[in-house]
Ligand binder design. Structure first.
Ligand code: NAP
Ligand code: F7E
Length: 345
């Protein structure tokens, strides 16, 4: 039986990857931050909380990381732990580097010092493309990150390549474009939109506020994407791969799809901060713009080309945006019941 350490086990991808690995009969050691038991609701929701072996783990603490890796000698190390919210990275740029870049470096250095054959996976991101130089973006597209988050992830990406080239370690980077699911954190725009329409449908709120409605993202389904992570680490040759859907849509379009799922028909009027989204059946305003959700520098458009991983590993996306929105909206009701019954955060 192979052993995998997964950082970020309490997050969206950590939960789905753990589920996928367990189904492949891999022993999963879930790296939790101290006190994070409160937030392991995703593992509980998937019914796998008892199947994960917990490991207390802080990405800013070298001695703890080194000892864990040396003692456990994992076959795989999936580094999914990160300060992952782009908006917050502008307020916490140093902390973001500390966890996202130096955290990855601590793991790489520990594997090297412990002289292990561990296969390392780094959660790289389309945010590294930032102000994009080509459309679509692939593994050869030059990088131009637009946030402290993007910069930290780019540094970690290169550290992973550097350990591969310098020491022959099995280090791979998955350059994943935005991927969403019912388990997405509430602060990310897709989950925020779905949750807010659900709250409107329950008469708990009248409307909600968003920032830039024109940004375009290549959204896929997280459950499809973790399969790509597992495929990448099992290739003979470590390498870097884009995982995406090769389709891009605006935040505005995402709102329209989610609104439909709850029986609203969104129409738009006004421009900039004056713009509103209203239900054309009732004329009620459901969406307003608030500049507090704008970012100091925006990533305007992302669209990824997944040809390389398709050719090398046979991976391709299985879920359309329309199906993804539909499943997020229907699961929102179940999640709400789950929270009411389980009294978890
Ligand atoms: P997420 O839901 O925000 O989860 C982040 C995880 O990182 C949480 O488990 C969190 O633990 C953990 N973490 C944060 N700081 C840590 C620290 N100092 N030490 C140890 N663990 C720490 O993120 P996700 O969406 O699953 O994404 C997984 C990874 O892929 C992240 O690295 C993200 O940057 C990257 N990525 C995501 C996307 C996407 O669209 N989802 C796309 C490209 C790349 P707590 O629960 O204790 O906070
Ligand atoms: O923003 C715009 C916002 O926060 C998407 C992370 O998983 O994917 C994610 O980063 C877009 C941006 O995701 C609101 O300005 C408008 O243009 O959902 P998001 P992100 O920044 O793309 C990448 C690939 C990662 O690697 C990250 O870890 O939506 N937007 N109004 C808004 N965004 C938020 N959050 N909230 C709003 O009200």
């Amino acid at each position: 039986m192979k052993t995998a350490i997964v950082t970020g086990i309490t997050g969206q991808d950590g939960a789905y990857l753990a589920q996928y690995l367990l189904n492949k009969n891999v022993r999963v050691i879930g790296a939790f931050r101290r006190g994070a038991e409160r937030t392991s609701w995703r593992l509980k929701y998937l019914g796998i909380d008892k199947d994960i072996e917990p490991l207390e783990f802080e990405l800013s603490e070298f001695a703890q990381i080194f000892k864990a890796i040396k003692d456990i000698k994992p076959d795989y190390f999936y580094n999914l732990g990160a300060m992952s919210f782009v908006g917050t990275s502008f307020d916490q740029p140093l902390y973001t580097q500390e966890v996202n870049y130096l955290g990855a470096l601590r793991v790489l250095e520990s594997i090297r010092l412990a002289e292990l054959e561990t296969r390392f996976y780094q959660a790289s991101t389309s945010e590294m493309f930032g102000e994009v130089k080509t459309i679509p973006q692939n593994e050869l597209t030059p990088f131009h990150p637009r946030s402290p988050y993007g910069v930290s992830k780019l540094a970690a990406h290169w550290a992973s390549i550097n350990y591969r080239e310098s020491y022959g370690m099995h280090c791979s980077n998955g350059i994943l474009f935005n991927h969403e699911s019912p388990l997405r954190g509430d602060e990310f725009v897709t989950k925020k939109i779905v949750s807010c329409f659900f709250q409107i449908s329950q008469n708990n709120i009248d409307f909600f506020e968003l920032g830039n409605l024109d940004a375009k993202r290549d959204w896929g389904y997280a459950k499809d994407y973790v399969e790509g992570m597992e495929m990448i680490t099992n290739l003979d040759k470590p390498d870097d791969f884009v995982i995406a859907t090769n389709k891009t849509n605006t935040i505005r379009y995402f709102c329209e799809l989610a609104a439909n799922e709850f029986g609203y028909n969104i129409a738009w009027k006004g421009k900039g901060v004056e713009e509103i989204g209203f239900d054309s059946k009732t004329n009620k305003t459901l969406i307003r713009v608030n500049p507090k959700f704008y970012r100091p520098a925006e990533v305007d458009i992302l669209i990824g080309c997944y040809d390389k991983i398709k050719k090398v590993a046979g991976w391709k996306p299985k879920t359309s945006l329309e199906d993804l929105v539909s499943l997020m909206c229907s699961e929102e009701i179940k999640l709400n019941n789950f929270f009411n019954t389980n009294k978890v955060n």
